[in-house]
Design a protein around this ligand. Structure first.
Ligand code: NDP
Length: 465
């Protein structure tokens, strides 16, 4: 078959961040593009992830903002919170964004299908709702991931996941959240901020494995100050249903908690079940992720995959970047490998974590000598609010080259800071570049350019003062 004999130049399975971006940009080159989505356009990020989560983060901040206002002379009357208003307003915004995602593809000349799609052969895709098979010169799988459940946990079916939390009819009075990663920590902070009695249960020694230890400990401390019970070193052993509809959670130390909801936030798995990958010759790893090469090509000649369905970095901007590189390579004759180096990221906890580059522990494995600059202080706003909340900033420098190899902040605007710090590190900034950058005064971020002497050094993996 010649390329023009196919129904499409590109057919995309999955209308999330990666799939929609690839479909839209490929269509704008004049390619004949179709995209199928089984649920709602926008995918996890827009429909039940980053976007609705961030709107809920904003909502949860007001509680402390009202309290903090008193120190600045404001008297705020008794504040009340209405969950259903937040959920309805959030849903309206998500509906608007979903419309934009569809419009983007159609406006660029692509076709959108509301259906589950499965591979039906090396160059063909079955559209289930239409009961039709279409052919395509290239197929892109961008089906994302879905929340993992704890197989074998007795009563695990009584737990909700992050897919459900956005649609609860009533705000839970109490919740137990299992996991210590992004989702567990973010939702613990959101729900506690909205007034839910929150317990976070994590199996490891400290939350947020993989992040810098000073920030992990710092955030744990701040969460505890906000009334979140953080239980480390334990797992749930069963979840029972009480006669009043609440859940009874038993932990590995035999303690029991009666809570309105138990939420699993124990990672996400790729959505590849029943996709027909084998009919096209697409191999998956033991984890279920689709195997891809450095250009996002699978083991099949005409099939590529981007985003969370592959085992790279499960973040929206990464999926979008991989999609852009795929289009650049396949539709613009410009072979482009996705760049996964130095990805800035944020945890929208309270305060937020913003981070780019290596943690101190990781850097100590790579470099013989490190300079570590560490500061902890009360941000200016809390001098009048009276709130006991600390900001932490940490810069890790390779002692030999003086290149900044990691920056980590725990601060109310940590996510915003991570973006600009990402530019600095991606540009290869040295500590001297930081030092000769003028401070912006008065800000918290000025600490990043005014820490002139290292707090300590790390030599051959050992801290030396
Ligand atoms: P994470 O991988 O961040 O965290 C999973 C957590 O579950 C870890 O604490 C892990 O523990 C724990 N866990 C895994 N398996 C078990 C088990 N069998 N029993 C008990 N605990 C277990 O996943 P999330 O679900 O929080 O988020 C999924 C992904 O979504 C993230 O990796 C991130 O890439 C993305 N995301 C990004 C956000 C952002 O950018 N702000 C926000 C939300 C999600 P351990 O560490 O010990 O393995």
């Amino acid at each position: 078959m010649s390329v023009s004999e196919f129904d499409y130049d590109l057919f995309v399975i999955g209308g999330g961040s990666g799939g929609v971006r690839a479909a839209r940009v490929a269509a704008s080159t004049g390619a004949r593009v179709g995209v199928a989505e089984q649920y709602r356009y926008g995918g996890t990020c827009v429909i039940r992830g980053c976007v609705p989560k961030k709107l809920m983060v904003y909502a949860s901040h007001f509680h402390e903002a009202f309290e903090d206002a008193a120190g600045f002379g404001w008297q705020v009357g008794e504040a009340t919170f209405d969950w259903s208003t937040l959920i309805a307003n959030k849903d309206r915004e998500i509906g608007r964004l979903e419309g934009l995602y569809r419009k983007g593809v159609v406006g660029a000349g692509g076709e959108v299908f509301d259906t589950r799609a499965e591979l039906a052969g090396p160059n063909s895709v079955r559209l289930l709702a239409q009961d039709r098979v279409v052919t395509a010169a290239r197929i892109l799988v961008a089906t994302g991931g879905t929340p993992s459940r704890l197989a074998g946990l007795p009563g695990g079916e009584h737990a909700i996941t992050s897919d459900d939390i956005f649609h609860l009819e009533r705000q839970p009075d109490s919740i137990a959240i299992f996991g210590g990663g992004y989702i567990a920590v973010e939702f613990a902070c959101i729900l506690a901020g909205l007034g839910t009695k929150t317990t976070l249960v994590y199996r490891g020694e400290e939350i947020l494995r993989g992040f810098d230890n000073d920030l992990r400990a710092g955030l744990h401390r701040e969460m505890a100050k906000k009334g979140i019970e953080v239980v480390c070193g334990h797992t749930p052993t069963s979840i029972g249903l009480l006669s009043d509809g609440r859940r009874e959670v038993t932990l590995s130390d035999a303690r029991t908690l009666a809570v309105d909801h138990a939420m699993l936030a124990v990672g996400r798995r790729p959505q590849t079940d029943g996709l027909g990958l084998e009919t096209a010759g697409v191999e998956v790893a033991a984890s279920g992720h689709i195997k891809v090469d450095e250009f996002s090509k699978t083991t099949a000649d005409a099939v590529w995959a981007v985003g969370d369905v592959t085992d790279r970095v499960a973040l929206t901007p990464v999926a979008i970047h991989e999609a852009m590189c795929f289009v650049e390579t396949e539709f613009k004759s410009n072979p482009t490998r996705p760049d996964h180096e130095l990805i800035p990221t944020a945890v929208f906890s309270q305060p937020q974590i913003g981070t780019v580059g290596l943690t101190e522990a990781q850097a100590a494995e790579h470099y013989a000598e490190l300079e570590v600059y560490l500061t902890e202080f009360s941000p200016m706003v809390h001098t009048l609010s009276g709130r006991d909340e600390k900001t932490v900033m940490k810069i890790i420098v390779d002692g030999a080259s003086r290149r900044v190899v990691g920056v980590h902040v725990l601060s109310p605007d940590g996510g915003e800071l991570a973006q600009t710090l990402g530019i600095a590190l991606k540009s290869g900034a040295t500590k001297d570049d930081f030092d000769r950058t003028m401070a912006v005064h008065p800000t918290a971020a000025e600490e990043l350019v005014t820490m002139y002497a290292p707090s300590y050094r790390v030599r051959d993996g050992k801290r030396v003062d």
